[in-house]
Design a protein around this ligand. Structure first.
Ligand SMILES: [Zn+2]
Ligand SMILES: [Zn+2]
Length: 271
């Protein structure tokens, strides 16, 4: 019996966005392309595949939880009973707001920072860095997403909408693209662009505790963590207390949560 296989739209979105951005980087790069570009990308994708499997499982549980919460009338949006269109938009925005705080919590709590650190040891930020998340970090994020769907009463339509938005926004925000800072004034109320997110990967304490947004920048503007890219000069990415090996080797990426850094971790309160 023939089987119909349709990959989820967020998987298609992520593959297409990554491929397009990979080739755009070759023409409009912000930083010179490194000689180990392919190896760097391969390692980031290998780490990402493990993470995406966990996040995919979490998404499956989230859908079940969403349907159950809807049937029981539990969760904020299920109490409000908005028209479907507005409920879908509100759910996706709440998901992004939750994602902002999940990310920020990883810069506030030392144990969570350990899980997130592999993402920040990357010294060369490009589209593949969007997939550089340790599986333990993805496990933490997946559990948070399930709780968020339950508490906020986020519908399956919102989950799908947000998954598609994030599948394009994450590769875009990490792409090594030279977007003029003059664009900042009109794009600050839209998607997170590379010129915003690369600041979050800075080695400087005054810069890495900024621009946490995943899809939209609004939350950084709202909670006072936005930093205008026009004010940043001499940007260096990565963590100054990690070695080249920690930045590039696949085994080192998997070990990252279990090694002790030689200097203090970049928590917000250490600014
Ligand atoms: Zn971060
Ligand atoms: Zn990042």
């Amino acid at each position: 019996m023939p089987m119909n296989f349709f990959p989820p739209p967020n998987v298609v979105g992520a593959i297409l966005a990554t491929l397009i951005l990979w080739f755009l980087e070759m023409r409009f790069a912000y930083w010179p392309l490194p000689s180990n570009r392919l190896t760097h990308a391969r390692n980031n994708f290998m780490l990402g595949i493990c993470s995406l499997l966990l996040l995919g499982a979490a998404a499956g549980v989230s859908v079940t939880v969403s349907i159950f919460a809807r049937e029981q009338g539990w969760g904020v949006l299920n109490w409000l009973r908005l028209p479907l269109f507005f409920e879908t938009i509100a759910g996706a925005l709440l998901y992004d707001l939750g994602n902002y705080w999940i990310h920020r919590s990883q810069h506030l709590v030392p144990a969570l920072w350990r899980l997130h650190r592999a993402h920040h040891t990357d010294r060369y930020i490009d589209v593949s860095s969007a997939f550089r998340f340790h599986p333990l970090e993805s496990l933490y994020r997946g559990v948070c997403f399930i709780a968020l769907v339950f508490v906020a009463g986020i519908s399956i339509y919102s989950i799908l909408l947000y998954a598609v938005l994030a599948s394009v926004a994450l590769p875009l925000s990490h792409a090594n693209l030279n977007i003029p800072t003059s664009w900042e004034s009109w794009c600050r109320y839209g998607l997170v662009l590379p010129l915003h997110h690369r600041i979050h990967h800075s080695m400087k304490r005054a810069e890495y505790a900024r621009n946490y947004g995943i899809v939209f920048l609004w939350w950084d503007l709202l909670f006072g963590t936005y930093l205008d890219p026009g004010t940043v000069t001499d940007l260096k990415t990565g963590l100054d207390y990690t070695t080249e090996k920690q930045s590039t080797e696949l085994a080192a990426l998997f070990r990252e949560p279990f090694v002790s850094p030689t200097a203090s971790a970049p928590f917000e309160d250490s600014r």
